[in-house]
Design a protein around this ligand. Structure first.
Ligand SMILES: Nc1nc2c(ncn2[C@@H]2O[C@H](COP(=O)(O)O[C@H]3[C@@H](O)[C@H](n4cnc5c(=O)[nH]c(N)nc54)O[C@@H]3COP(=O)(O)O)[C@@H](O)[C@H]2O)c(=O)[nH]1
Length: 909
């Protein structure tokens, strides 16, 4: 039960809370001006109209009461007047009766006149009528004997004995009148005639006062028979209508039968006469003042209502707009609060704290968000409502306060980045955005540490070499520029050394790029250790390094100890992937201002000096102005080579072909038989004489010209060997050197096939010599290509074997037939144990792989003897023959053929 009731409460509570909240919301809404004000205005309008209508009703009652009272007063007055008038008329009738009785009908009027008892004849016409109905006497006089016996009023008296006066209806067209009459009896009581007074009906309504009764008031006399004897409405007097006055002695409101006007009417019976006095006041006229007042009241109330509605509408509309704006602002604040809570940025809404004179003293934290808590390590409650100077005591003198104050001052947003020093954000890069708001500023703080680190990384990458971490070309340029400016200012000197490693290519090509990279790193570190902190060692790419000595001596000799130190550091052996390698370096050195006044000139001259040093290798060379000539010389040489080749290929402006192939014989070491030749190119320059391939093959390789040049060599050699065959000389093979660039060229196989096809040479008579380094540049691709060449039936041999760093395991997979021991190992073969060991190792290795081994550069008998003794298969060298023109080979071949023929003959003999 307990659990049940608890659960019930738990279930109900939210509904009750919900209802209460809805009620509170409703009340809250009702309290909003744009709702409360119209409601209040409605009440006000209702009260205004209730008051107004009440007042109107009061006024109306008063007006109606006044009208009733006025009617009553009027009827009193009129009754009194009529009573007096009727009494006078009746008096006249009685006197007439008496005069007739006393004086007889003929003298009665005279007697009355004599006594001044006749009423004015203008209003009252007095007459005495005999029993036969003939007028006996009248005042004013009428024709004697006029007969009125047919008049109803005469008949009434004749027929009936009554001592009451009779009042006729209003009669007569031309001169309307009401006849008042009394019966005259003789002494015996018989009917003797009638005394009459005819009165103008207007007489009865002459007391009509426009000031009291208005234009449409009513004043009149009616008979008890309901027939109006005289009635006046405004100025119009009429008679004969029928009315039924129902307010005898009272006041009634209604429409009478005379003109349909609604009137307050009152009637009084006139004592002694069968007449009723009637008074009426037009309701419209009586209520006119009230109606006017009512209109004014209603207009006032209407105007008040309209004004109120207008004011309330305006205020409500304004208030509604205000409420909407507030709602929007509230929503925006809610959204802002939600967004700011979800934001990765810290927000601080800061209000300015100012001195009475307006000077900015401080900022007060109004609101902040969760991220701000993390950034400052303070809970929101501890920050909100506190001054910045309390939370950050040092901030008033710091740049951040100046920033906030500036934004609060000029309303222009500002941004800044800084490295935080205070925990918990110490060491982090922060960015602040200060934005002006009403009464303060909003500061948005973002942690940009990651971005800063990335920027630093990018900056470092942009200015440093990725492999060695040394400054790169761009940073070196910057520093060189700076050093030049500094030296210019101080009158000092700057040293610059371009360094190129000798033999690096061999390591890189032979042991692979990883080994090359390792070597570069070690050499870079060693060179850097030789320098001062203020010096810069940069890597320009490949195996090129540059040393910048900003505060250098102007004497080149003073630099030599440092350069020597660097040179020695480089030449120390390096252990690369378990293999000891050794490189050296060639350095070209320049000095500012001696060798150039700007960075470009200095770098160009250092490069030229380095190229000169490269000629000797493992040395340094100071720049001399004539060095630049060699660069130009190179260009001239290249251009000459192009046109020479063009000529050899029968180009349009072809002169004589300046290239020539010499052939160096290759002989079998045991038999001494010439079995092949190596084709070696020569350039017979018209001005410079014969130029060694050592001078131009490198340039051809560098420029790419080696490809067409090599093609020419291939075709010429094939054609030559075929020519020897065609000349009937014994068959021999020709080997052609294929440089690295040639070997990598896509169409090499196609070119070889083309040379064979075009010359008609058998593929077995052609051998392609490739250096170790050319193969090792891209081992996979090289093996693939060698297989294609082998598939054509063309032999392959490895030139200069031992000078590179061939992978011995890879050697097995090479489809080669011959290894050539480099002449550098052969030169000291007779004396140098190392070279002997190498030669023997190469011979042994070659044989183990099933290859023939040839030694080149054999110049002496000792060398030949050693090679022969160590089972070397073949040789070439000056000992047997220098490279010679084809004719000489033909002679040698012919000689050999002759000797062979002689020997055969001797054998046969
Ligand atoms: N890609 C091509 N390279 C070529 C071609 N022709 C020559 N070369 C290469 O040029 C380098 C220099 O050649 P060269 O001056 O012709 O020197 C060769 C021989 O003359 C020289 N040699 C031969 N016997 C001896 C000797 O007893 N003593 C001695 N000091 N030198 C001797 O050796 C050079 C042959 O070397 P190699 O090619 O390694 O067999 C040279 O590297 C040539 O390869 C060409 O057409 N294409």
């Amino acid at each position: 039960m307990g659990r049940f009731s608890l659960r019930m409460r738990a279930v109900r509570a939210p509904r009750v809370d919900g209802r209460r909240a809805a009620l509170v919301r409703l009340l809250g809404r009702a309290l909003e001006t744009h709702v409360a004000l119209p409601l209040f205005a409605l009440l006000l309008v209702a009260a205004l109209w209730a008051g107004t209508l009440h007042m109107v009703r009061q006024e109306e009652s008063a007006a109606r009461a006044a009208a009733v009272e006025a009617t009553r007063e009027l009827v009193d007055t009129y009754e009194a007047q009529m009573a007096r008038s009727l009494s006078g008329i009746d008096q006249t009738l009685r006197v007439l009766q008496y005069a007739v009785e006393m004086n007889g009908p003929g003298a009665a009027l005279g007697a009355m006149s004599a006594k001044g008892l006749l009423p004015p004849s203008v209003v009252f016409r007095v007459a005495i009528i005999g029993a036969d109905g003939r007028v006996l006497a009248a005042n004013p006089a009428v024709r004697r004997g006029s007969d009125v016996s047919h008049a109803p009023w005469f008949a009434v008296h004749r027929e009936r004995v009554s001592h009451m006066p009779f009042v006729s209806e209003t009669i007569g067209r031309r001169e309307p009148h009401v006849v008042f009459s009394r019966r005259i009896d003789d002494a015996a009581g018989r009917f003797a005639g009638v005394a009459s007074v005819a009165v103008d009906p207007a007489f009865f309504t002459s007391s009509y006062e426009r000031s009291r009764q208005g234009e449409r008031g009513l004043l009149g006399v009616a008979g008890e028979d309901g027939v109006v004897r005289a009635v006046r409405i405004g100025d119009a007097v009429s008679w004969g209508q029928r009315i039924a006055p129902d307010a005898i002695d009272g006041v009634a409101l209604g429409r009478d039968g005379i003109d349909g006007e609604v009137r307050y009417t009152s009637a009084r019976a006139l004592n002694g006469f069968p007449l009723v006095a009637v008074v009426g006041l037009s309701e419209a006229e009586q209520m006119a003042v009230f109606a006017q007042g009512r209109r004014a009241w209603l207009l006032g109330a209407g105007a008040g209502t309209a004004l109120l509605v207008l004011v309330v509408s305006l205020v409500s509309a304004w208030s509604w707009q205000l409420a909407k704006a507030k709602k929007r602002e509230r929503r925006a604040q809610e959204t802002y609060a939600a967004a700011s809570e979800a934001s990765p940025d810290a927000f601080f809404v800061l209000r300015t704290v100012r001195a009475p004179n307006g000077a900015l003293l401080d900022f007060l934290i109004e609101t902040t968000n969760g991220r701000a808590e993390q950034l400052t390590g303070l809970p929101k409650a501890a920050m909100e409502g506190r001054r910045m100077s309390v939370l950050l005591p040092a901030y008033l003198g710091a740049a951040i306060f100046d920033d906030l104050a500036a934004v609060a001052g000029d309303g222009v947003a500002r941004e800044a980045e800084w490295l935080a020093h205070l925990a918990p954000a110490a060491g982090r890069w922060l960015q602040r955005q200060v934005v002006p708001v009403e009464g303060g500023v909003v500061t948005i703080v973002r942690d940009i540490t990651e971005r800063k680190l990335a920027e630093q990384r990018i900056r470092h990458l942009a200015h440093h070499d990725e492999l060695t971490g040394l400054p790169n070309r761009s940073l070196l340029r910057d520093r060189l520029g700076q050093a030049i400016r500094e030296a210019e200012r101080k009158g000092g000197s700057v040293g610059l050394a371009f360094i190129d490693l000798d033999g690096f290519k061999l390591v890189n090509d032979g042991l692979g790029h990883n080994a090359g990279d390792e070597l570069l790193k070690v050499v870079g570190e060693r060179m850097a250790q030789c320098l001062r902190r203020s010096d810069t060692l940069a890597r320009f790419g490949g195996d090129e390094f540059v040393i910048l000595l900003p505060d250098s001596s102007s004497d080149p000799l003073a630099l030599t100890p440092l350069l020597e130190k660097v040179r020695q550091a480089v030449t120390e052996p390096v252990d690369v992937e378990g293999q000891e390698v050794q490189v050296s370096c060639s350095m070209g050195v320049v000095l500012y201002p001696r060798d150039g006044l700007d960075a470009n000139t200095l770098m160009m001259n250092a490069d030229a000096a380095m190229y000169r040093a490269k000629e000797n290798k493992n040395s340094f060379q100071f720049y001399a102005s004539e060095m630049n000539a060699s660069m130009e010389e190179k260009l001239v040489l290249l251009e000459g080579m192009r046109s020479a080749l063009d000529a050899c290929n029968g180009g349009p402006c072809a002169g004589a072909c300046q290239f020539q192939l010499l052939y160096q014989p290759k002989v079998d070491l045991r038999s001494g038989r010439l079995f092949g030749v190596e084709a070696l190119i020569r350039w017979n320059h018209p001005e410079h004489g014969q130029i060694s391939p050592l001078r131009f093959i490198g340039l051809a390789e560098e420029s790419g010209l080696i490809v067409p040049l090599g093609d020419w060599v291939l075709r010429t050699a094939c054609a030559q060997v075929e020519a020897w065959r065609a000349a009937g000389l014994p068959e021999l093979a020709v080997s052609v050197n294929v440089s690295a660039r040639q070997f990598e060229e896509k169409r090499l196989v196609e070119r070889i096939a083309g040379a064979l096809r075009d010359s008609g040479l058998a593929p077995r008579q052609l051998e392609v010599e490739v250096t170790e380094s050319a193969i090792m540049r891209d081992l996979g691709r090289a093996v693939e290509k060698m297989r294609e060449i082998e598939a054509m039936g063309v032999a392959l041999s490895i030139d200069d074997f031992g000078t590179g760093y061939s992978s011995l395991s890879a050697l097995k997979s090479f489809p080669i037939s011959r290894l050539k021991i480099d002449k550098s190992f052969v030169a000291d073969l007779a004396h140098c144990g190392d070279d002997q060991a190498i030669a023997m190792a190469v011979i042994s290795l070659g044989h183990k792989l099933g290859l023939r081994v040839i030694a080149e550069g054999v110049e002496t008998e000792e060398q030949r003897a050693f090679l022969r003794a160590n089972d070397c298969d073949e040789m070439q060298g000056y000992l047997y023959s220098r490279p010679v023109p084809p004719e000489r080979i033909a002679e040698l071949l012919a000689g050999q053929a002759q000797s062979a023929a002689g020997a055969a003959a001797m054998e046969t003999a």
